[in-house]
Design a protein around this ligand. Structure first.
Ligand SMILES: Nc1ncnc2c1ncn2[C@@H]1O[C@H](COP(=O)(O)OP(=O)(O)OP(=O)(O)O)[C@@H](O)[C@H]1O
Ligand SMILES: [Mg+2]
Length: 243
């Protein structure tokens, strides 16, 4: 079953105040992503990857076309309803972690649940469980500036997971990490797909990171240049030796 579908998705940015031509960042993308897929999106800088991911996650509204998440057209939702979908069904991981500096790690992770009306005690418990998943429960009471980049990113992944979203969208989540921490983050994302059946869509410049995904979509000038399914190099190569 498709969990995410786009139809002729487009994003045009205005000309700006310098009077230049407008930019078509994403141009008529038709995409179907099934539940439990691990998809990498690659492409040159400026090709439209982040813009596409932001539209998939309801952060940016398209200028044309539609995004259907679990069959629901995101354009049919008002801002409050969209915020709710983002909080409950989608987890976002950014290149620069985006943890709030004045909160402890566990407070950062529990925040989406608290905002959603959960009691502090229950949200704290769920946040600690999410931190355990990423191997960070021992640092739960520390503030982000007391953690390494890799630790902060694992914390940010815990925050993306805490509401048990159907889809995790990650924009260059390893972009600021060394190779050891990159590998840990990628293995974590692989586990979400393999063990929990979550859908992961990952934007990356790094061919090694993209190789972990089962499907790779290359974007060029806002369009899909190629969409290939292959055997990942990762943990869960299908039995029977598919192509
Ligand atoms: N808010 C904006 N206003 C105007 N143009 C924008 C805006 N955001 C992105 N763009 C333009 O849209 C195009 C696609 O940008 P996008 O950020 O999606 O690229 P990207 O593939 O994620 O690049 P990178 O790999 O460098 O992150 C670029 O030409 C960019 O300059
Ligand atoms: Mg980008």
């Amino acid at each position: 079953m498709s969990i995410l579908r786009t139809e002729h998705l487009e994003k045009k940015f205005g000309a700006g105040n310098q009077g230049g031509a407008g930019v078509v960042a994403v141009c008529g993308i038709d995409l179907t992503i099934g539940g439990g897929e691990f998809v990498a999106i690659t492409g040159a800088s400026g090709s439209g990857k982040s813009t596409l991911l932001h539209m998939l996650g309801g952060i940016t509204r398209p200028t044309a076309g539609r995004v259907l998440l679990e069959g629901v057209d995101l354009a049919s939702l008002d801002d409050d309803a969209l915020a709710l979908v983002r909080r409950r069904r989608i987890g976002f991981v950014f290149q620069r972690y985006n943890l709030l500096p004045e909160l402890s790690l566990v407070e950062n992770v529990s925040l989406p649940l608290v905002l959603d009306g959960m009691s502090d005690a229950r949200a704290d418990e769920a946040a600690l469980a999410a931190l355990e998943t990423v191997g960070m429960e021992h640092r739960a009471r520390h503030r982000p500036d007391e953690l390494s980049g890799g630790e902060q990113q694992r914390g940010a992944i815990a925050r993306a997971l805490v509401a048990k979203p159907a889809i995790v969208l990650a924009d260059e989540p390893t972009g600021a990490l060394d190779s050891v921490n990159s590998r840990r983050v990628v293995e974590l994302l692989e586990r979400l797909v393999a063990e929990r059946g979550q859908t992961v869509i990952l934007v990356t410049h790094d061919a090694g990171v993209a190789a972990a995904a089962i499907r790779t979509i290359r974007i060029q000038d806002g369009r899909i240049e190629s969409d290939t399914h292959g055997v990942p190099h990762g943990l869960h190569t299908p039995t029977g030796g598919g192509a």
